[in-house]
Design a protein around this ligand. Structure first.
Ligand SMILES: NC(=O)c1ccc[n+]([C@@H]2O[C@H](COP(=O)([O-])OP(=O)(O)OC[C@H]3O[C@@H](n4cnc5c(N)ncnc54)[C@H](O)[C@@H]3O)[C@@H](O)[C@H]2O)c1
Length: 354
């Protein structure tokens, strides 16, 4: 079997293209990017067809799977175009600019009978997968509190470009980094139903850094939120591209349960991760740290194509993408209006999917 794969957008999309090109059951047939330099590099590297227009690629490449890895504002239109062209879609995070856009993508995928996966890639590391198995086997008991964080001391991506433009990105570090840490926590917690959100967002440092370089900056540089769930549990979220902290890059998710706690965090301010579980057994406190290798862990791209090949469900569905986005929308609304936001049943319809 050969699954015909194509990629739109060759920044992060290069990772998608490389993964497809390396899978024995896939063929990378085409890539599309408006940037000729990026197209040329891809053609040399993978020998696939290249297109300046995504629409033209969708019409002619006949791909079974299309990755959408463009600026956030293009996720909705390009994912919908790919679904309507008959492809399964692996869309980069965040699902879209708003939950309403994401819900439309989910609806189109259902109508087309195609899959929609969101690249919520931090679920796919070995330590995350081990933690999920442990949580699902009941090691933590009932989870009642948590904190999920991604903060940078100074790490604004593409200052002055689409990342720092609210219209093109939808927001700043919350929608860019917070989306990953929030999804990771929700996934480990089993997607409890959110009821209230209280949040704040600031851009003191981003505005100052932008002004110094003569670049426009229209998003937050830090967001903090407290989420309350129907089961009484609470989760604190922090996401920042610029904050006066010691660490250059701090990623940490902690969950506290009646029988145990866990932490998933980055090592040495880099992109390798460590997982630990803390327990109390008959009064003795135990620290458990899973040790590599983690044989079950697959990257998101291979997970998606293998789910299609084997006709099995895939993780990080469009509905999961909407569930995170509903919270991001509520966090931005709470921060803008300076008041707690109640999550109505309409807002959480996609999350309550069982
Ligand atoms: N999952 C992750 O960990 C992760 C990491 C980085 C970025 N991302 C996501 O990937 C997406 C892209 O981010 P990036 O860092 O690669 O940005 P980028 O700006 O480096 O790359 C985007 C690419 O899209 C191309 N593009 C723009 N408009 C296009 C169009 N109409 N048709 C075809 N190509 C077009 C641009 O020329 C560019 O090459 C974003 O949604 C971002 O949030 C995800």
């Amino acid at each position: 079997m050969s699954i015909r794969c194509a990629v739109i957008g060759l920044g992060m999309g290069r990772g998608h293209a490389k993964a497809y090109s390396e899978h024995k059951d896939c063929q990378l047939v085409a890539v599309a990017d408006v940037d000729p330099v990026r197209r040329e590099r891809a053609a040399k590297e993978w020998g696939c067809a290249t297109y300046a227009s995504a629409d033209e690629m969708l019409a002619t490449a006949k791909a079974d799977v299309v990755s959408v890895a463009t600026p956030n504002s293009l996720h909705r239109p390009l994912a919908i175009a790919a679904l309507k062209a008959g492809a399964h879609v692996l869309c980069e995070k965040p699902i879209a600019l708003t939950a309403a856009e994401g819900r439309e993508m989910v609806r189109v995928a259902r109508e087309a009978g195609k899959r929609l996966m969101i690249n919520l890639s931090y679920r796919f590391s070995g330590p995350s997968q081990v933690l999920k198995n442990l949580v699902d086997s009941g090691v933590l008991g009932t989870i009642y509190a948590g904190r999920t964080v991604w903060l940078r001391r100074r790490g604004i991506p593409g200052l002055g470009g689409w990342f720092t433009d609210k219209k093109l990105a939808g927001g700043g570090p919350l929608i860019d980094l917070g989306v990953h840490r929030l999804d990771l926590a929700l996934w480990l917690m089993g997607h409890p139903k959110p009821t209230w959100v209280m949040a704040g967002a600031w851009n003191h440092l981003g505005m100052r850094i932008g002004a110094r370089q003569g670049k426009s900056y229209t998003v937050e540089d830090l967001a903090m939120a407290m989420i309350r769930f129907e089961d009484g549990s609470m989760l604190e979220v922090e996401a920042g591209w610029a904050a006066n902290i010691k660490e250059n890059e701090l990623m940490e998710t902690r969950l506290l349960g009646t029988d145990g706690g866990l932490v998933q965090k980055n090592l040495g301010e880099g992109y390798d991760f460590q997982a630990e579980v803390f327990q109390d057994r008959n009064g003795t406190q135990l620290d458990l740290s899973p040790h590599p290798p983690f044989p079950e862990a697959k990257n998101a791209y291979h997970h998606f194509v293998e789910a299609i090949r084997d006709d099995k469900p895939h993780m990080a569905t469009g509905e999961d993408g909407v569930a995170v986005q509903e919270l991001l929308d509520a966090i931005y609304q709470s921060a803008a209006e300076g008041r707690p936001i109640e999550m109505t049943s309409e807002k959480t319809a996609a999350s309550a999917k069982g």
